[in-house]
Design a protein around this ligand. Structure first.
Ligand code: SF4
Length: 332
């Protein structure tokens, strides 16, 4: 893989298919985190989510297309019963797995299974060091059970990664959370500016951190990690969502993001979903993805977002090409 990255000089258009798949199997989730960028929750499953049959067919297509890596994100992918069948298909087909999860569905038996298959990375969301703050930020997230899961994974040397989404309520605990990640045998501590999407966008005034507060906290975190000899790799994402969008416009990732209804999106912050894995082959999805990134419509939307941040509230919609032009015309 290392000689095949876009960063090594190749353009994303040089690839005949994506290098990785990001797949949101469902928008349903046991938790209702205040900063959830997908606006997921127990009653937030989409009415038109892919059926098991459609999802398994697509999983076989991914293997046949030779996509080497798949990342599952939320809602809670591991709570979807057919996730485990997909994991088996990917394991047999040599597709590496990354999981972004609450951790709650990982029982002792499931932890053994994840150890036995090709699981490269398990990221557990843990937006607090203490139960008090965790419960405020992640209602329904079950602090004690997540700590037990982290221990369960650590015991099997599955080296979980701790994901911490900073906001006004939990920023005071970020250093303590890093120390706890070290105690629990985590491999990486991942954080970065909170993405102004989904529920975080809706409650930005009460949750969003001023830039200077975030930077001060990030400096304190770096300092503590360095003092401890960085027993857990510190990974601080450099961009906020607006910078991410403009950066990807110049340099799209060799990735396709598939959302619960099978639509293939450009980026979770963008509503453009120019293909559907139910209707289109992976090759067609890839071509449509590349064409959409080059379109004036996407460029115009991203440029407009920089000044009209309320457009980020459309992030979790799925627009066919042309939708933005239609909406602009209707608004005039
Ligand atoms: S666990 Fe993840 S998907 Fe579920 S509500 Fe929280 S942030 Fe959203």
């Amino acid at each position: 893989m290392s000689d095949n990255k876009p960063g090594d000089g190749a353009s994303v258009a040089d690839y005949s298919s994506p290098l990785f798949l990001a797949w949101q199997l469902t928008n349903r989730c046991e938790a209702t985190c205040l900063t959830c960028c997908e606006d997921s929750g127990p009653d937030k499953g989409w009415k038109d989510e892919m059926s098991e049959e459609q999802a398994l067919k697509f999983a076989h297509d991914v293997v046949a297309a030779g996509i080497p890596y798949a990342a599952f994100g939320g809602g809670e992918p591991l709570a979807v019963p057919h996730f485990w069948k997909i994991a088996e298909i990917f394991d047999k087909g040599g597709v590496g797995l990354k999981l972004e999860t609450t951790g709650l569905p990982i029982t002792e038996e499931k932890a053994d299974y994840l150890k036995s298959i090709n699981t490269n990375c398990i990221q557990i969301s843990m937006d607090g060091a203490t139960k008090e703050i965790f419960d405020r930020v992640r209602p329904g997230g079950r602090y004690d059970d997540v700590v037990a899961v982290l221990k369960r994974l650590g015991k099997r040397d599955l080296q979980p990664e701790w994901v911490f989404v900073p906001n006004k309520l939990n920023i005071g605990e970020i250093v303590k959370a890093y120390e706890m990640a070290a105690d629990l045998g985590c491999r990486t501590f991942i954080t970065g500016p909170v993405m102004r999407l989904g529920r975080a966008a809706q409650a930005w005034a009460s949750l969003g951190l001023p830039k200077d507060v975030w930077e001060k906290a990030a400096d304190a975190l770096r300092e503590r990690a360095a003092k401890m000899g960085e027993p857990v790799k510190l990974s601080i994402y450099p961009w906020d969502i607006l910078t991410e969008m403009t950066t990807r416009l110049d340099s799209p990732q060799a990735m396709v993001l598939v959302v619960p209804n099978g639509r293939a999106k450009l980026l979770n912050a963008l509503p453009f979903a120019p293909a559907s894995v139910i209707e289109h082959s992976i090759e067609e999805c890839w071509t449509r993805y590349l064409d959409a990134w080059k379109s004036e419509e996407v460029k115009d939307f991203i440029t407009t977002c920089q000044v009209k941040k309320e457009l980020l509230l459309h992030a979790n919609e799925t627009w066919w090409p042309g939708e933005w032009a239609k909406r602009k015309a209707a608004a005039q």
